[in-house]
Write a protein that binds this ligand. Structure first.
Ligand SMILES: Nc1nc2c(ncn2[C@H]2C[C@H](O)[C@@H](COP(=O)(O)OP(=O)(O)OP(=O)(O)O)O2)c(=O)[nH]1
Length: 199
């Protein structure tokens, strides 16, 4: 069985649309504690995404012997600063105003773990530049997006009306949504083709 160790509806949708059959299991880890420990020893956004993706997959692997577990994590870096998912519309407003007119990076990591052993990992980075949008534009986009942006690290959804807030985007679409899908599919074809093309 293929397990996605993520509560992300976006990641689940991407694998569903790719036609994969899998179960989703939320990883019982304390992301903020792992983040604090990693940053204390100088980890950057890219390192942290990989660390968290691996921790999620390893944690779920412990309770699913023999299964291949996909771990994933995405960090948003504005220079050295790491931003996180907003927990309210007010936090989303602050987040978007913080990103306005600047370029930030999204680091999306993905891992495959079986019986606690790391089989494969990858980290992809995208670079996104936001327009110097007005507060009125920002609020009308948030009205259109609704609570969906609360599940997104950048308080936006590239595939939604939020696209109107961007000046330029450089990087893989799936990486931006939070799951480097093409490298993952290549790894699954290599490691467990039967899970992709069940007989
Ligand atoms: N639909 C959509 N989601 C996005 C976009 N950018 C980022 N995200 C989502 C993907 C992930 O669900 C979330 C990144 O946060 P995390 O990597 O911590 O995952 P999350 O907390 O959602 O679930 P998990 O920790 O894996 O259980 O942001 C976007 O442009 N569109």
């Amino acid at each position: 069985m293929l397990i996605l160790a993520s509560s992300s509806a976006t990641r689940k949708a991407l694998l569903d649309k790719a036609g994969l059959s899998f179960e989703t299991v939320q990883a019982p880890i304390d992301e903020r504690r792992i983040e604090a420990e990693a940053q204390a020893v100088g980890a950057d956004g890219r390192d942290l995404a990989l660390l968290l993706a691996r921790a999620k997959a390893e944690a779920v692997s412990r309770t699913h012997p023999g299964d291949i577990v996909i771990g994933a994590d995405q960090t948003l870096a504005l220079g050295p600063e790491l931003l996180h998912k907003p927990d309210s519309r007010e936090a989303a407003i602050r987040q978007l105003d913080h990103l306005r007119g600047k370029t930030h990076r999204l680091h999306a990591a993905v891992t495959l773990v079986r019986d606690g052993a790391l089989l494969w990992s990858d980290v992809q980075t995208a670079e996104l530049t936001m327009r110097d949008f007005s507060a009125a534009e920002r609020d009308s986009i948030l009205d259109l997006e609704g609570d969906a942006v609360l599940n997104s690290v950048g308080a936006y959804r590239l595939e939604g009306p939020s696209i109107r807030l961007f000046e330029s985007v450089s990087g893989d679409y799936f990486t931006i949504l939070g799951l480097p899908l093409l490298p993952l599919l290549a790894a699954l074809r290599d490691i467990a083709p039967d899970l992709l093309f069940p007989e």
